[in-house]
Structures are given as C-alpha cells and as structure tokens.
Design a protein around this ligand. Structure first.
Ligand code: C2E
Ligand code: MG
Ligand code: MG
Ligand code: MG
Length: 286
C-alpha cells in the first residue's frame, strides 16, 4: 500500500478537490474523515492554559493524511472553504463548551478563518449560530485571521470583525511577520491579539536580530493595547527568551503538541514554564 504522502503527491489537485467535495457533502463521512486537533496556548510567565487552537485534520482513505495547509488551499480554490470552515467552527465550539476550568479559567478556543470565509455574506450568522448551538459564550472564541484578510474588501472585513468583537469574540492576527505583513495592519484591523510567526522564535535562520525585533513588537503591540503570542516555542530556552522579552502568551511543542480533544488538551495542566525570576537572571540586556 502506498504511504499517504506518496498517494497525495501523485494525486492531481482536481482529484483532491473531488474527494473533499464528497466528504463535505456527506455528513457521516464529514464527521469521520475530518477531525479537529487542539493545541494549548499558555499565558506567560505562569503557564496557565488560556486558549486552545483548533487545527483541522483530514484523513482520506485513498490520499492518506492531507496536511491542513494543502487542505485549506484546495478548499479556498474550489469554494469549499465556507463549508469546511463552518464544520470546524461547529466542532471546535462544541468541544470548547465542554472544557472544564483550568488554572487560567476555562480556555477560549481559537479557530483559524480563511480570508475567503470571512468575505462570505453569512459569516457573522455562522459564528453567532455556532456559539448559540454550542452554548459557548462569545468571549470563549478567538478568530485567527491572516494578513491576507481584507485585501479584496477592506471595508467589509473591518465591519464583520468589528461586529463580532462587539459581541465579545476576540480577533487574533496569525503568522505576523511572515510574508509582507505590514505594521499598518496592527493599526487598521480590529484586533485583540497578534501571533508572531514561529520563524522569529524557532525558525532555521534565527539570529540575535530576532530578539531585537521581538522586543520592538512587544513594545508596539502593548502600546496599541494588543497582546502578543509567540508561536513555535519548541524548547525551554525559547520559552525563557519569549518570557523575558515580555511576550504575553506562547504556543508550541514545548507546551504541548496538537492532539485530539479526547486527550484533554482543553483541561491541560500548567506547562513547566521557568519562573520570571529565573528568566531575568539569565537574560542579557539589549
Ligand atoms: P497556524 O494557524 O499558524 O497553526 C500553527 C501551526 O504550527 C500548526 O500546523 C501547528 O501544528 C504548528 N505548530 C505548533 N507548534 C509548533 C512548534 O513548536 N513547532 C513547529 N514546527 N510547528 C508548530 P498545522 O496544524 O499543520 O496547520 C498549518 C496551518 O493550516 C495553520 O497554521 C493554519 O494556517 C492552517 N489551518 C489549520 N487548521 C485550519 C482551519 O480549520 N481553517 C483554516 N482556514 N486554516 C487552518
Ligand atoms: Mg492559527
Ligand atoms: Mg500561525
Ligand atoms: Mg500558518
């Protein structure tokens, strides 16, 4: 039997799209072939789990595991991203509504939203519906958007995000610092949180200048009333660095990998974060 990635790499985009269309059209297959994994996001410096990110997973009988970025790309190109996004939103809200309080209260669930999904006319109703059906309060939901939001229609995107924020939903800008992220996004988008791309934290071409940039971003975000989340924290040294730089929250393999909800990620205990005093002792000033 060919391995999943081999079958996937041999498959044409059109074939992947056809498989996805079938899955989304069949409620039973949708609930069995698609899944959502959850990864904790902790508040620094204590390490309480305050958010949990929902990450879609697709296991197809013929294609094997289809990586989420491939899945989302295909869904965006074939107008299926609305259906996919609604399914993830429902599944994630229902899971989050059942999580017990942890040390940091009940964690909010963070759901990734494609720019195309946000531009669909029913998006606000989809979000409100998912909250109402699951019983999750609006402040239990964070929507993660990327720098590509609002490129097609900045006014409409702004109004959708502002409407949902007035309901109590929070908005995070994902992968900030990747690609052509501009600082004006921080000023122009209605945001609560900014997630710094993992290339600044654990990427292969990291250097001393990353700490300088991180420090600048912490200052900029705090001045704008935004909280900063470091993505891709893979080891203790990186956890110490982001804590010392004043980053508010962190996510990464060091604190926990994405896992099925059955593994209790939502109720995960505190991660082993170095105490602030330890950190201060170790960090060399700028
Ligand atoms: P993202 O939103 O930036 O999610 C974080 C990604 O980083 C996840 O990859 C996660 O597994 C990975 N990650 C977390 N901690 C670490 C770490 O310490 N080291 C490294 N190397 N990686 C880490 P994943 O699950 O493969 O998802 C990839 C991307 O696919 C996501 O990036 C997001 O843009 C997209 N995606 C995933 N689920 C959905 C969804 O339901 N809807 C939409 N629109 N996009 C989604
Ligand atoms: Mg994300
Ligand atoms: Mg990200
Ligand atoms: Mg990403």
């Amino acid at each position: 039997m060919p391995s999943g990635s081999t079958a996937l790499s041999r498959a044409s985009t059109r074939h992947v799209e056809a498989r996805l269309r079938e899955v989304l059209a069949d409620p039973q297959r949708r609930d069995s072939d698609l899944d959502v994994h959850f990864q904790p996001i902790v508040a620094l410096p204590r390490g309480d789990v305050v958010e949990v990110e929902a990450l879609v997973r697709w296991h197809d009988e013929r294609l094997g595991e289809v990586p989420p970025d491939v899945l989302v790309g295909v869904a965006e190109d074939s107008r299926l991203v609305g259906d996919l996004g609604r399914w993830v939103l429902e599944r994630a809200s229902r899971a989050a509504a059942s999580w017990p309080d942890g040390a940091g209260g009940r964690p909010a669930v963070a759901v990734n939203v494609s720019p195309l999904q946000l531009e669909e006319p029913g998006f606000v109703d989809d979000v409100r519906g998912a909250l109402a059906r699951s019983g999750l309060p609006a402040d239990g939901l964070v929507l993660e958007v990327t720098e590509a939001v609002g490129v097609a229609d900045p006014g409409a995107t702004h109004s959708v995000l502002s409407t949902l924020r007035r309901d109590g939903v929070r908005v995070a800008l994902d992968d900030f610092g990747m690609g052509r992220s501009s600082l004006t996004l921080l000023r122009d988008l209605p945001l609560d949180l900014v997630k710094i791309d993992r290339s600044f934290v654990s990427g292969p071409r990291r250097g001393a200048s990353d700490a300088v940039l991180l420090r600048l971003l912490v200052d900029a975000c705090h001045s704008l009333g935004l909280q900063l989340v470091a993505e891709g924290v893979e080891d203790e040294a990186q956890a110490r660095t982001v804590t010392a730089l004043g980053v508010d929250r962190a996510q990464g393999w060091y604190f926990g990998r994405p896992a099925p909800d059955a593994d209790g990620v939502g109720a995960a205990s505190r991660a082993p974060v170095p105490t602030p005093l330890d950190v201060r002792a170790e960090v060399v000033g700028p």
